[in-house]
Write a protein that binds this ligand. Sequence first.
Ligand code: BGC
Length: 410
Amino acid sequence: MTTFPDNFLWGAATAGHQIEGNNVNSDWWARELTMPGMELSGDACDSYHRFGEDIDLLADAGLDSYRFSLEWSRIEPVPGHFSKAELAHYRRVIEHCFKRGVTPVVTLQHFTTPQWFANDGGWLAADASEKFVRYVREVTCILDGVEWVVTMNEPNMQAAIMTAMRRMQLAEGAQWQSPTVEGDGETKQNHSDFLTYADPEIGRAFTRIHHAASDVVRAHTNAKVGWTIAAGALTAAPGGEEKLLEIRFGKEDVYWEGSRGDDFVGVQAYSSQEVDANGLVPHPPHPENTLVGTAYRPDALSMAVRHAWNVTGGVPVLVTENGIATADDNQRVRYIAEALQGLHQTMAEGVDVRGYLHWSLLDNFEWGHWEPTFGLIAVDRETFVRTPKPSLARLGSIAKSNRLDVEVTA
Ligand code: BGC
């Protein structure tokens, strides 16, 4: 009953800046040095050098796909100059996946941009699309054999990060709080207040850039192309029905609409949140709340997948992120089982889901914060020793059997 289709992808996801270390030409690196309250990514997990070990751990556990991102700022450290050595580095990552029978899912841009791009006005500059497309054209030369390409990760979260950055610059004495981290107490309310508004025009601008990049990837590779979207799995509290529609449009639906015609859409879901007449309602305190302040809601995945399917008009879904920030790995194991039950249910209803990639393979740098641990594998940040958690074996067992009702075998 709980069997998944043949060729269903089972994997885990990461992003360059969060795991590689010393990403010194990126806009994030520059910010980390100047923004109050931001922790430094520093050496991160040193995956720039240890990617082979990371992919081996994933494959040894029984997973068959790995989502990772290319770092634009390494590949194009100054405008128009492309580093052959860095392109060769990322080709080696892809080759290592092939060697281990792992399907690479390659993200071309995951939140970070080169510092020079940010200085020139970032995504809102008139020639942003032209610059991104020039980079995308260059990287297609290393994508031979790659079947899944994500142009951009969560443009809707990138828009929220842009807003958060602007706020920091305006508010004196403000401490950095990532839009992916809700925090506690007063921070929680502020966080929900500022995330309530999202400008649909920014979504439309991102959509145009995504389509331009997708055309280039299609012209030069045989890969399936899409982007990934942060899904809030939002619901209306009594009286919040209209506000829900308004908020969800700017935060999400304009992006889901932007996926129509794509080969797949990457659904990324973690928790669910209510909207009342005033906006997003902060997650009430609860012992099961996660380390980023959100509610324990594994059902958010099925809610998000159904919503994506409806708004895109039936674009195939790849779950490109789903996970939980917790120090308790038993909670993670439970979360995965419940999220997958829900996902299986959506497939029984007819949604075309192609795979499940857990966030994240490693405990990593959560955009200015190190405390929230999302990993299937713990990483010692002094020695870089990797220690797989029971959840990795559990997800690996599910992957190997392609069904849910299995015992851990690793
Ligand atoms: C992002 C990841 C992030 C994760 C957990 C997503 O918003 O794509 O980079 O670490 O969620 O917050």
